[in-house]
Design a protein around this ligand. Structure first.
Ligand code: MGD
Ligand code: MGD
Ligand code: SF4
Ligand code: MO
Length: 704
């Protein structure tokens, strides 16, 4: 039987809208939703059928049957696995209180359900991956605009200039954003790209600035200086909406374009030419405030500087600028109902909200749970449930993490794959793939808001379940059935949609329900209540930061040079893989089966390394090393080496990727506690490694 199903891709967390053609319960064609993406899809999305067919994934619940990490598993039924977890959780709750259980997930629009589960259980300790992703930029946005990083949409298509600091968008994809950027370039728009190495994005850019690693803040300061000196800023916007501009003018004085050029290694003239250009193009100029900008000790301030640059452009709620996303209420519609059980009024174990009052309490800061595991201060932690989250890939130094997790009595992984954390845990609950499950309806805010839904395209082939069934199964066993009072997703959808007047059939035509025919824009002359800061203004000086003893405008400090003979380890993504969970996908593994080490030509020459030679990459304390081919290139800064995240995995059942390549997070030894006290993010690019030509080199060179 043939059918066509609109759904939402789940090969990565960008969640592109898709259409799937199905024949005899097999996906025969997957494309981006024509109504939104004109059919465009990335290689990962297209490889979803191979994910479904892959048997190197857990196919039924597993209970650990040896020591942690031994790889010995007992296959059990769902009732047995859920009973086991529920019994353990009840015992832990009785002995240590519900707050001793932590649930981490990959965040996103479906998190309401997982968050509600842990809140209903009685624990405030929900957390997510974001300390190694967008936390610094999120907190930067909150401190300036009073709203988070996702509270702006970028109208790239209509922009005249897009500036990307380390936002390698043509590898680290987001299909809708990529299409918009290509349209902007076709319309004659400019793209300025800043990175420590040349990339696909850099090649598409109209201007590439190669910087010394960790000096983006200096470059942004130099740009601000030049803009203020020449008065290339929106005076009206600043007068009306911004406080602290005079402080900024005083602060920025020493940070000239010439100074920035010297610090970053770009030409002064390039900075000045750039300002000439944007002077003509503003307000249709977008400084992307960074996404995964959690890498250096001053990334929070670098992101603040990028937000300030947007403010100077006066681009908020302007065509070709930063648009405030609209929800159903902004276009005359009622919103969806959603399960949303409030957080219990108990101190968080990570200290967020009381020890660290300036951070967003929502998901807290994942890395701050580890010390609590050891010290039991403010209270003991006893269980960790990882839902679509792999702490061992996400956070640095998995070996150190293991030591901390060993203080816990229960580790559960709810995953489609064997994650590295799952392999070490006590129970693996296998979720079915995204093509095999329904999910709750979500609201996608934006200039044209919509409701969207992931719908099952295939019946599950294995003994796997959707996360909503898993959480319901646990809730029923824990006396929390009242919080999850539905038996099917159809029932839940109906309940969600009731206030809106729509039905699930309304999604059939396009896969989503559009709530506005054309972009909804607020009046840019009347944005007074849009900035949710204490003063209601865009705050260049944040009282919240001052109260936390932190500067709002921080003096620039040059990053330290790598110790002699070492390199700064930087990392990133490929368009073909999503972090570590696609590296064993049969199709994607064929395209990129392992990572390499990018190294500058001159640096390689000094070490006697030629392109394609195998090199050993060794952590600072020499406790971890791996061997990969060298990718010797001119266009990476000589202080840095670069590798692709997601490799160096040690799960024997994943035969295609077992021990292939190196793991950047395993090279980040001792870095679990190296984090930014102002932004909350982990400083992932503050590790140094030694590189030597490997003795494992064969006679013949490995082709790259
Ligand atoms: N060293 C280093 N650390 C990093 C990064 C880096 O590049 N280098 N990147 C950082 C960034 S930006 C991020 S966002 C984080 C990401 O780190 P994580 O949050 O751990 O994210 P993922 O690897 O995307 O996925 C986590 C788990 O979800 C599982 N999964 C995938 N699909 C499904 C599904 O449909 N259902 C369920 N239940 N599970 C599923 C995967 O198998 C995987 O085990 O890592 C961060 N940490
Ligand atoms: N294909 C694919 N797409 C993805 C993902 C994926 O796993 N695969 N993950 C998604 C996720 S979770 C995220 S967070 C985003 C991340 O999207 P991006 O924020 O674009 O992150 P990365 O790919 O990590 O890009 C990091 C870039 O920063 C550069 N870099 C390192 N140090 C510096 C520095 O000091 N200055 C500057 N300017 N650049 C530096 C690196 O060389 C690299 O090119 O991508 C998303 N899209
Ligand atoms: S970027 Fe690719 S893998 Fe990610 S959701 Fe979109 S199509 Fe799927
Ligand atoms: Mo991320």
């Amino acid at each position: 039987m043939k059918k066509s199903v609109y759904s939402i891709c789940g090969m990565c967390t960008v969640r592109c809208p898709i259409r799937v053609e199905v024949e005899d319960n097999k996906a025969t064609w997957i494309e981006g939703n024509q109504h939104l993406l004109k059919g465009a899809l990335c290689a990962k999305g297209a490889a979803a059928a191979a994910l479904v067919a892959d048997r190197e994934r857990p196919q039924q619940p597993l209970l650990r049957d040896g020591s942690r990490g031994s790889g010995k598993w007992k296959k059990v039924s769902w009732p047995t696995a859920l009973d086991y977890i529920a019994d353990k959780l009840k015992k832990i709750k009785a002995e240590h209180g519900p707050e001793s259980v932590v649930l981490s997930s990959r965040g996103g629009p479906w998190q309401d359900m997982y968050k509600s589960f842990i809140h209903a259980f009685g624990s405030p300790n929900y957390t997510n991956h974001d300390v190694t992703c967008g936390r610094n930029t999120h907190h930067a946005s909150l401190s300036i605009n009073g709203v988070g990083r996702k509270d702006f949409a970028y109208d790239i298509k209509n922009a005249k200039h897009l500036i990307l600091f380390g936002r390698n968008m043509f590898s680290s994809l987001r299909i809708a954003e990529n299409l918009q950027t290509l349209d902007m370039l076709d319309n004659g728009g400019h793209l300025t790209y800043v990175d420590v190495r040349q990339t696909i994005t850099g090649l598409k850019a109209t201007r590439f600035m190669q910087v010394r690693p960790g000096t983006d803040y200096a470059l942004a300061l130099g740009m601000i200086h030049e803009i203020i000196k020449r008065e290339v800023y929106d005076k009206k916007f600043i007068e009306k909406y911004v406080s602290g501009f005079e402080d900024l003018c005083r602060f920025i004085e020493p940070y000239t374009a010439a100074w920035a050029a010297k610090e970053c290694g770009v030409r002064e003239k390039a900075i000045k030419n750039f300002v000439d250009e944007i002077a003509e193009e503003m307000p249709k100029v977008i400084f992307h405030p960074g996404w995964n900008l959690s890498r250096y000790g001053d990334s929070f301030y670098a992101s603040r500087a990028l937000h300030i640059l947007n403010i100077l452009m006066g681009n908020i709620e302007q065509k070709g600028g930063l648009i405030i996303p609209k929800g159903p209420g902004d276009c005359g519609h009622k919103g969806l109902r959603n399960i949303n059980i409030p957080k219990p009024d108990i101190k968080r174990a990570d200290g967020v909200g009381w020890k660290y009052p300036h951070f967003d309490k929502g998901p807290g800061l994942a890395h701050l749970f580890f010390e609590t595991m050891e010290t039991a201060d403010p209270y003991p932690l006893k269980a960790w449930i990882a839902m679509r989250h792999d702490p061992f890939s996400c956070l640095p130094d998995p070996r150190k993490q293991m030591e901390y997790f060993d203080h816990l009595e229960l580790l559960v992984s709810i995953d489609t794959h064997y994650s590295e954390f799952g392999w070490y845990s006590d129970v693996i609950l296998p979720e079915c793939t995204f093509l095999e499950r329904d999910s709750i309806i979500i609201t996608q805010k934006g200039p044209k808001p919509r409701f969207a839904v992931r719908r099952k395209a295939l019946e599950a082939e294995n003994d796997t379940k959707a996360s909503w069934e898993i959480f319901k199964g646990l809730a029923d066993r824990l006396g929390m059935e009242d919080y999850f009072p539905y038996n099917t997703m159809e029932e839940y959808w109906q309940w969600q949609l009731e206030p809106t007047g729509y039905t699930i059939e309304d999604f059939d035509e396009k896969g989503f329900i559009e709530l506005a025919d054309s972009p909804v824009m607020f009046d840019p002359e009347n944005l007074d209540d849009r900035f949710k800061t204490p003063s209601g203004k865009v705050e260049i000086i944040s009282e919240k930061l001052t109260c936390a003893g932190l500067p709002s405008l921080k003096e620039y400090q040059s990053p330290i040079q790598p110790p002699r003979g070492m390199f700064r380890l930087v990392y990133g993504r490929s368009a073909v893989h999503a972090h570590g969970h696609t590296t064993n996908n049969p199709l994607l593994n064929e395209l990129v089966p392992r990572n390499t080490l990018w190294i500058n030509t001159k640096a390689a020459e000094r070490l006697g390394i030629s392109h394609g030679d195998l090199v050993d990459v060794i952590s600072e304390d020499e406790s971890y090393s791996g061997t990969v081919p060298a990718n010797v290139v001119d266009y990476i800064h000589p202080e840095a080496v670069y590798t692709l995240h997601g490799f160096g995995k040690e799960i024997p059942l994943q035969t295609r990727t077992f021990n292939s390549g190196i793991s950047d997070q395993k090279l980040m030894v001792g870095k679990l506690n190296d984090w930014d006290k102002a932004g909350g993010g982990i400083n992932l690019c503050q590790s140094f490694v030694t590189v030597v030509k490997s003795v494992k080199n064969p006679q013949r060179r490995v082709e790259l």
